[in-house]
Design a protein around this ligand. Structure first.
Ligand code: XMP
Length: 395
């Protein structure tokens, strides 16, 4: 199997789209292309480019049941609104019982990887697709391969890539679900492989997509299992979906009211907020969560602190921690309820590093009150740890 990537394209949207059309027609003209849509910006841009290039494309959304809800709308509904022609493959009944109860982060990732690849393979076979297109972007490649995009050629075999990756094993940070899987297709085709997220957003703007999509916050491949610390259960999944929606939507509303859009580029060039979400678990202070030391993932327990809210001081303190994966600022302590809720809002250029969003205390308090109204909420924390020493997600 080969991988075709558009390398070093022009950055200006109109010129980029032209180059992408030429690239897609060169490799995919008269072929049938499978395109996985996730509801996120990268796969949406990929699909729009395929449509623009008039490539015969089958857009597919895999519904495994762990996608987020935004403003009460499930992702499978949202994606149909954006792209009514999408084929929704519902694997919830088969997938959820497999992941329920699984505690190990890398096993959770593997379950996703297998579910995605099995489903994709099945549809590719049924629909007789020749090529597979996906929204792999620049940081995905550089994090997973440990190489610069300029070290890759436009067309490479999987074998060549595996050997390149093995030479750069120290660059490994975590397993990505969409890389190094072999499918029964001639090749994969990755038109946005050289782009960063802000550049992908510009392409979506060029295609006049709605703001909800252009500024959509990144969401991990392993979905809410990256935000449910420890084993996923049907109960904690329901809870996580609710609290997640509260945090993401409330932060979105605040930015939209203040800046006219849910995300801005700040003085440091970061997308602010890049991600805003809730994570959950029982007894978070006893749970090992991910941190990052010298570029490598570690698992440590978090430390909770309380007292005066001084953003700069707290963030500075947590950027120096050793022996703990994060510092959680305690907003609310309770002896009732079941699940601890962690509010996480970070700014970032490309997810490789992240700073904590300086949300006003009033907003944090508003979120706290909304969370507190959800039955089963126990303690509420605000995660004040930058990446590094923390990671963005918890598993
Ligand atoms: P971390 O937690 O490593 O996250 O600081 C960096 C960025 O990657 C997303 N993320 C993932 N994406 N598979 C993915 O496709 C994964 O296993 C995964 N883990 C984290 C995360 O949301 C953030 O944007």
């Amino acid at each position: 199997m080969l991988n075709h990537r558009l390398i070093n394209p022009p950055r200006e949207p109109e010129k980029f789209v032209k180059a992408a059309i030429t690239f897609l027609q060169k490799h995919a003209k008269d072929k049938k292309v499978f395109c996985a849509l996730s509801g996120g910006i990268d796969s949406s841009a990929t699909y729009l480019l395929l449509k623009e290039a008039n490539i015969n494309t089958i857009p597919v959304f895999i519904d495994h049941g762990l996608m987020r809800i935004i403003r009460g709308v499930e992702e499978r509904e949202n994606i149909k609104k954006l792209f009514p022609e999408v084929m929704v493959v519902d694997i919830r009944e088969k997938f959820l019982p497999k992941i329920y109860g699984e505690e190990d982060a890398e096993v959770k990732r593997k379950l996703f990887k297998d579910a995605y690849s099995d489903t994709i393979s099945k549809v590719i076979k049924e629909e007789k697709c020749d090529l597979l297109s996906d929204g792999t972007i620049l940081p995905d490649i550089e994090e997973s391969f440990g190489v610069k995009i300029s070290d890759l050629k436009e067309t490479m075999s999987l074998k060549e890539e595996v050997s390149l990756k093995n030479k750069n094993i120290r660059g490994f940070v975590k397993s990505q679900h969409n890389l190094d899987i072999e499918y029964d297709v001639e090749a994969t085709i990755q038109p946005v492989a050289s782009l960063t997220k802000p550049e992908v957003r510009k392409i979506l703007e060029y295609f006049k997509m709605p703001n909800e999509l252009v500024y959509r916050k990144a969401f991990p491949g392993p979905a809410l299992s990256a935000r449910i610390i420890g084993p996923v259960t049907s109960e904690n999944l329901k809870f996580e979906k609710k609290v997640h929606d509260i945090v993401e939507s409330t932060v979105d509303d605040y930015y939209t009211e203040k800046f006219g859009k849910p995300m801005v580029i700040n003085d440091k060039g970061e997308q602010e907020p890049f991600q805003a979400f809730a994570a959950t678990t029982t007894d978070v202070l006893l749970r090992k969560v991910t941190g990052i030391i010298n570029g490598q993932r570690t698992y440590e327990v978090p430390l909770s602190i309380k007292g005066e809210w001084d953003f700069e001081k707290l963030v500075h303190f947590s950027s120096q921690i050793k022996g703990y994966a994060r510092i959680l600022y305690e907003l609310y302590e309770s002896h009732e309820g079941i699940y601890d809720v962690l509010i996480r809002s970070i700014n970032s250029i490309d997810a490789r590093t992240a700073s904590v969003t300086n949300l006003p205390l009033d907003l944090i308090e508003e979120i706290k009150y909304k969370l507190f109204e959800i039955p089963d909420t126990k303690n509420i924390y605000f995660d004040i740890t930058p990446k590094p020493p923390a990671t963005i997600e918890y598993v």
